[in-house]
Design a protein around this ligand. Structure first.
Ligand code: UD1
Length: 421
């Protein structure tokens, strides 16, 4: 298994290009199941999760073509669905595989998807996905670790009320509603930028979609959807991560090809703790504003609140800040696994239920640490960049799921980072 070694203490300087958003690319890729025409996606990041989704789509009958010499371009064509089953072996690798459920049942009248099960950060049920499909006329059966959704005469538009604004459920239901007969209303929908990107795609494919970015979506399905070409929006979580990498090392980094406003409430929180974000024509420059970082309290919330996917990185930042910070996680029940690892690097963190009190210690020291999930592992990278001495990060496959070429990108900014097999 690969490890990453980082020798800390170098202020990051230079320019980094932000990749396309993994969490936008995954549902957009699943949309290819809604049409027999080619879907041409651009700015698709080269990540393990994208490869997992591609493998799953291929099992279902999708032809996937990467254009030679054109990185980030992926054409997906599903002339015929060859299988309506998403098998356990593929779904267990990546929970977002469940996003094929809605499009498959909408197109074929049946879909069988392995239940994704929990993961390190929480139990993560899919009850909202299933209740929404039921509201569109599907019957749902759970047996042998699989969920089967059936709608032999096709899905019908319906009224769906989500108890909480689940990103995945909103996406699955938007995909399904785009091929359902008649109008669907989704109340309590997620408002994340990735939802907005999916709405743009579905509209370009021929569905009527209104209200994206607000809690109420109105979608009227088409009898037939067409292919289209679409560029994936920039990864706001990657952008936020590199902004914090600049700040934690006391450097200055230009983030190219990203959009500051996609960071939502994180912009104000970063400013409050002393991270300067200056807008540029196609991104921003991130640096530490005058003086040391300051402890600031944060509560994770659905967009436009502070993203749970930036919580671990922010905790790393707060470890070296002046004063204390209370970090409260409201989206996932078990998302502080980075805290004990940061403590091994000298951080002072006390976790009480869903809150973590971080008392800033000024300096961290390198240590061997273990990555536990995607965002937790990158928080250890940030801590390592700022620490005295060497940090060895184990289980880096988590990082490869969501950070494109992280060693090269950080290396180009001056970080002393290397991957060893
Ligand atoms: C997506 C993102 C993930 C991000 C999360 C929250 C992708 C591929 N992943 O995950 O990076 O951290 O949004 O912004 O886009 N829930 C239920 N029932 C359901 C569905 C969800 O109770 O049917 C709960 C979950 O357990 C969790 C909360 O709702 O506690 C939020 O989950 P959700 O928004 O669905 O996250 P994902 O779509 O899985």
């Amino acid at each position: 298994m690969d490890r990453i070694l980082i020798e800390g203490g170098v202020p990051l300087e230079g320019l980094v290009t932000i990749s396309g958003a993994k969490n936008a690319a995954l549902p957009l890729m699943a949309a290819c199941l809604l049409t027999d025409e080619p879907l041409e996606l651009e700015n698709v990041p080269d990540l393990a999760d994208i490869a997992s989704m591609q493998r799953l789509l291929q099992v279902l009958g999708v032809e996937a073509r990467h254009l030679p010499g054109a990185p980030g371009k992926l054409t997906l064509t599903c002339e015929n669905v060859l299988s309506t089953t998403a098998p356990y072996d593929l779904v267990r690798r990546m929970r977002a595989s469940v996003l094929v459920l809605g499009p498959l049942v909408a197109r074929e009248g049946i879909a069988r998807v392995s239940l994704p099960g929990g993961c390190a950060i929480g139990t993560r049920p899919i009850d909202l996905h299933l209740a929404g499909l039921e509201a569109m006329g599907a019957t749902i059966e759970l047996a042998d670790g699989y969920v089967t959704a059936k709608a032999p005469g096709g899905l019908k538009g319906g009224i769906v009320r989500l108890r909480s604004p689940s990103v995945g459920a909103t996406e699955n239901l938007m995909l399904a509603a785009s091929l359902a007969k008649g109008p669907t209303e989704i109340h309590g929908a997620a408002r994340e930028p990735e939802i907005v990107d999916l709405a743009h795609l579905l509209r370009a494919m021929g569905a009527s979609v209104e209200g994206e970015g607000s809690p109420t979506l109105h979608i009227t399905g088409a009898d037939r959807l067409s292919g289209t070409r679409h560029a994936i929006l920039p990864d706001r979580i990657e952008a936020g991560t590199y902004a914090m990498a600049a700040a934690i090392t006391g450097g200055r980094v230009t983030l190219q090809s990203c959009r500051t406003e996609l960071l939502g409430a994180a912009i104000a929180k970063l400013a409050e703790c002393g991270v300067a974000l200056e807008p540029t024509e196609d991104g921003m420059i991130a640096s530490r504003a005058n003086g040391p970082l300051k402890g600031v309290d944060v509560i994770t919330q659905p967009f436009p609140g502070f993203a749970t996917d930036l919580q671990a990185q922010f905790m790393a930042l707060m470890c070296v800040a002046e004063g204390a910070s209370m970090i409260t996680e409201t989206i996932f029940e078990n998302r502080f696994m980075h805290a004990p690892e940061l403590t091994r690097m000298g951080a002072n963190i006390t976790v009480h239920g869903s809150s973590a009190l971080v008392r800033g210690v000024g300096r961290l020291t390198g240590a061997p640490v273990m990555a536990t999930d995607l965002r937790a592992s990158v928080s250890l990278v940030l801590a390592a960049l700022a620490a005295d001495g060497q940090t060895e990060i184990n289980r880096v496959y988590h990082l490869d799921r969501g950070y494109e070429q992280i060693e090269r990108k950080l290396g180009n900014l001056g970080a002393r980072i290397e991957r060893v097999a």
